[in-house]
Design a binder for this molecule. Structure first.
Ligand code: SF4
Ligand code: SF4
Length: 114
């Protein structure tokens, strides 16, 4: 699929999603730990059970960094966006649109395509 980066407005992530690829799946931190007691340290309250089940079934006890790195489990490569944006982990919220890492990532992609 071709990414039309030149169509991207600097103020939007629409159809980009570059920072959701090549970093594994941040949502792995939401998985269920058998030996864990008390509230989950990372899982947001109200996270739908089907999403938890999908994460548990996909990662099956892997630690962060052991999961496939190609793209996040929640990334929709066709629409190039997060499938559950409202539930994204804090690390995804901290990644600043238009920040240094974002601009470098987008510039790298532009350069690769020239
Ligand atoms: S934060 Fe930057 S790299 Fe990530 S999806 Fe948005 S525009 Fe793309
Ligand atoms: S949770 Fe969503 S925003 Fe975060 S890396 Fe995965 S697809 Fe991207």
């Amino acid at each position: 699929m071709t990414i039309e980066l030149e169509q991207l407005d600097p103020e939007t992530c629409d159809s980009c999603g570059l920072c959701c690829e090549g970093i594994g799946s941040p949502v792995l931190i939401y998985q269920t730990h058998r030996n864990h007691i008390g509230p989950h340290p990372f899982r947001p309250e109200g996270l739908p059970q089907p999403l938890i089940n999908e994460i548990d079934e996909t990662f099956g006890g892997l630690y962060r960094g052991q999961e496939p790195q190609e793209r996040c489990l929640w990334f929709d490569p066709e629409r190039r966006r997060c499938r559950h944006y409202e539930w994204r982990p804090q690390i995804c919220r901290d990644y600043e649109l238009g920040g240094t890492a974002c601009l470098i990532r987008r510039e790298e992609e532009r350069a690769n395509r020239q």
